[in-house]
Write a protein that binds this ligand. Sequence first.
Ligand code: AMP
Ligand code: ZN
Length: 133
Amino acid sequence: MDNCIFCMIIDGKIPSRRVYEDENCIAMLDINPATPGHTLILPREHRKDLSEMDEELAGKLMMAARRIGMLQKERLGAVGFNVIQNNGEAAGQTVPHFHIHVIPRYENGPMLGGWVPTEPSGDELDEVLAKML
Ligand code: AMP
Ligand code: ZN
């Protein structure tokens, strides 16, 4: 897709540090990593976000994320890893080409930002549940 930075990377018009690639996806180092080895998995075909993915492609990319997480543990000494995937600007998606973040976690590594847990009442939880059923 024109004007998509990740499509340009896939086409080789913009350089990238590729860790892994196959017929469905590429995995590259994030240029602004949360921790050393932070990797992005992206489909070769443009998909805006998870809403445009099909089951087969999503499954293949998740297995690529598994491969990268295990590589981070074996080669980089990570002791765990996070798999994060943002959909829409409101969710923090800055590049509108689907991607999965695989972030290696190290002993004594930095705290990473997350949500602040809230404490709704049972009634409030039931109200949300009723809307979702
Ligand atoms: P998100 O906020 O989930 O859309 O994540 C986009 C990620 O893409 C960010 O972590 C950026 O650091 C990363 N990024 C943006 N441009 C590039 C690039 N040219 N090469 C590698 N990573 C990039
Ligand atoms: Zn794209």
